[in-house]
Write a protein that binds this ligand. Structure first.
Ligand code: SF4
Length: 397
């Protein structure tokens, strides 16, 4: 598995696969063809279908400024390697092609070149299943955070920065008012929910909702967020962790360890299944975030490794089959509410797991495989194309 730096990334929302990945690719291509007079970016499949609502064209043009970029949309053209494909072409001043590059935005802001196998990405963790991780921890008497620090000893400082940025985004979201950008005129709710949380001290669920909403609303308006594991699902982990810190007094140090545990779960899902809504639907985004957050909550509450794994399993299992159908392609409906509900669900998953003796029938490894297969079986209209589900019915209304 890769470094947690590849999972928790900092960038502008609203979509890690539709804004962070393309921005990263545009920067790489621009540096390869510094002499180019202009560029073209051809967006395929899901990147084209929801690119406008997800601000893909805006971010590519902004990244390649001041050079002009022509954006070509090909939503009906799905490339077999991954539904989020893009091709960059560089031109000289006579519009002669200098070179091109096909690249895929595979979720969480990561990009892969055409032909590059996923397992060629540098790995630093030697294990790739939760069962292996649990066994290594058992033999060495490690917690799950010990496991992360053992193989990535310098990650703590980075996670501290990640926690800081998550908190900044949350604070910005709690004071913001008005509606979110786009034709839905979607009203912000975080500030109002937070006021209700303060008026109902001890109602943890309202606090969790308000914090998750604050981050998700900032994401929807293109603010800086942390992919956890994606921009679309960025409200879940900070929502539940900061609410628990406020209610139960955990230190930042404890939250950083919890982020390491959540990151381990996210890394396993990314390695064995997918965190890309375009590939497997929202079960890979909000489902994965809920699974990560559930493990983190269980860890914070002092659960055993097995109970943390069980919490993560519950968090993912009960999002199986969840489609991605954003209305008008904006990361707003159903995304924002979904983050708030999943943050609370992560808390419930941890609580449920900890009420048991740890024995459970389905393992996290099994549910990850199930999620991947279910995602591949989903019709394209339910995988970030805004052509089915809520997106279709809202448009018809
Ligand atoms: S429905 Fe889920 S996967 Fe789709 S854009 Fe919204 S948050 Fe992302």
């Amino acid at each position: 598995m890769e470094s947690l730096r590849e999972l928790y990334k900092v960038g502008n929302g609203p979509s890690s696969s539709h804004t962070m990945g393309p921005a990263r690719a545009a920067k790489v291509f621009m540096n390869r063809y510094k002499e180019a007079a202009s560029f073209e970016a051809i967006l395929y499949g899901s990147l084209a279908a929801t690119g406008e609502g997800h601000l893909t064209d805006y971010i590519i043009i902004k990244t390649m400024e001041p050079k002009p970029v022509k954006i070509t949309w090909k939503p009906e053209d799905f490339r077999p390697f991954h539904p989020n494909a893009m091709k960059f072409i560089a031109y000289d001043e006579n519009e002669k092609e200098l070179g091109s590059w096909t690249v895929y935005s595979i979720g969480g802001g990561s990009i892969i070149e055409e032909g590059q196998a996923r397992d060629e990405v540098p790995t630093i963790y030697p294990h790739s299943s939760m069962n292996e991780v649990l066994e290594v921890c058992r033999k060495n008497n490690w917690t799950l955070s010990d496991y992360v620090y053992q193989y990535e000893p310098d990650i703590k400082e980075y996670l501290g920065e990640i926690l800081k940025i998550m908190r900044e985004t949350l604070m910005n979201g709690l004071v913001a008012e008005g509606t979110l950008p786009g034709k839905l005129n979607y009203p912000r709710r975080a500030k109002n929910f937070y006021e209700q949380a303060k008026a109902n001290k001890g109602e943890l669920s309202i606090l969790i909702y308000s914090y998750a909403l604050a981050v998700s609303e900032q994401n929807a308006c293109g603010d800086v967020v942390v992919t956890a594991p994606t921009c679309g699902a960025s409200g879940v982990i900070p929502g539940v962790l900061f609410a628990l810190q406020e209610e139960e007094g955990y230190t930042d140090e404890q939250l950083i360890d919890a982020l390491a545990v959540a990151g381990l779960v996210g890394n396993l899902i990314k390695t064995n299944a997918s965190i890309s809504g375009a590939e497997v639907g929202c079960q890979g985004e909000v489902g994965s975030a809920c699974s990560m957050a559930a493990a983190a909550v269980a860890f914070l509450k002092g659960a055993s490794n097995l109970h943390c794994e069980y919490a993560a399993e519950i968090g993912l299992e009960h999002h199986l089959g969840m489609t991605c159908d954003p209305v008008y392609g904006y990361v707003q409906v159903p995304c924002i509410e979904r983050n708030a509900v999943a943050a609370k669900r992560a808390y419930d998953a941890a609580k449920y797991a900890m009420l048991t003796d740890g024995y459970h029938t389905i393992t996290l490894d099994q549910v990850m495989q199930t999620m991947k297969e279910t995602g591949l079986d989903l019709m394209a209209k339910y995988r970030e194309t805004a052509q089915g589900g809520l997106a279709k019915h809202f448009a018809e209304c």
